[in-house]
Design a protein around this ligand. Sequence first.
Ligand code: NAD
Length: 414
Amino acid sequence: MEDTMGQFEAVTYFFEKAADLNGLSDSKKAVLAGTYRELRVQVPLRRDDGSLDVLVGYRIQHNGARGPYKGGVRYHPSASVDEVRALASLMTWKAAVVDIPFGGAKGGIEVEPRGLSQSEIERMTRVYTNQISHLLGPHRDIPAPDVNTNAQTMAWMMDEYGKRHGYTPEIVTGKPIALGGSYGRESATGRGSIIVMHQLVSDLGLHPEECTVAIQGFGNVGGWAARVAHERGYQVVAVSDSDGAIFCETGLNIPALVRHQMETGAVVGFEGAVNITNDELLTLAVDVLLPAALGEVIHAGNADKVQCKIVVEGANHPVTPVADAILNERGVLVVPDILANAGGVIVSYFEWTQNIQQFRWHEEEVNLRLTEKLVESYERVSSFAQLRGVPLREAAYAIGVQRVAETSHLRGYI
Ligand code: NAD
């Protein structure tokens, strides 16, 4: 196997292994692997100086057998049709493995948002929302934040959709609390990754105080993963963002680092830590490596240098199929993205439920229900893996694929 697969091909490769484990026929596999609907839209952006940029955006719906399509919106130069397709497919298996009633979708605009002003980002978001709005609906397709989008982006999307359809907070999740967002949604993905990590660490008989963790990315997922890991007594020894990485052998003071990042806009230059490169962070001799930035960061070129015991995939698709095989071969345990970062979509489901009922839960209740859902899902995946003698990724996909295949069959799709 060569490390030349596109991202969608790679996700499909993981799907097919699980489909074979479930004994699905080739025609059923073809239906479930493919995307249901793909929309490519032009996003003309009027810049503040009066000039016009013409951007390209996508909304891709992968499978809706188990419920409304659900998935984030990403603003990034790499948000190509292939990447958005792969992420949409991952959402299908993720919602299924944690057993919430959503299908899989993803959206994105191929853009570098760092050079844009807030008003330009607002205009771009409103145009994009209009261009895809005929696919959206609180029981059809529900966007959420992803890379370079946040609660404010969701507020603009909700407002733009509401202009045509009336007040509809349940059209997006990950909204600001003041607009019907859920307590605990912002921290949910990072928190969830640590909840799952903690289950595996406990199964291995390790204690948090003796566990070192390195986290790539210090945005929504990585930042919250670092905070929650620190609160639970883990030694977070290295973190990074797009400007570089830092390392401190005795553990970083995460609350102080959060303040430093807010003041300076980056993690580098934090007092008491040494600067290292992002590549060095990935190959540190730590117990847990938690990639929480972009995809395909562990690949054929560095997988044999990875020295951790456990990889927890906070990001989507951070490990290529070739790297996955190398890590399995070397006995590195990999907690797959569709389980490790499912906390976000679980609390998005809680947010949607609260919006439909026009009712709000306390943060403690959200976090408790999140923990219950993830612990139950982890235990099912872990038992399946032990029983069938397969890695956690194959077990998670097998459970997700079986659930989607069952509902697709019952509805007459396959
Ligand atoms: P974000 O934009 O909030 O943060 C991304 C972080 O990655 C930033 O700190 C950025 O500086 C850093 N980064 C970018 N390029 C980097 C590089 N080359 N090296 C090191 N760091 C780099 O995005 P996010 O919402 O935290 O998402 C991160 C990952 O988690 C993505 O793969 C996303 O799909 C996945 N994810 C996010 C959610 C969610 O709820 N936000 C849910 C599930 C999965």
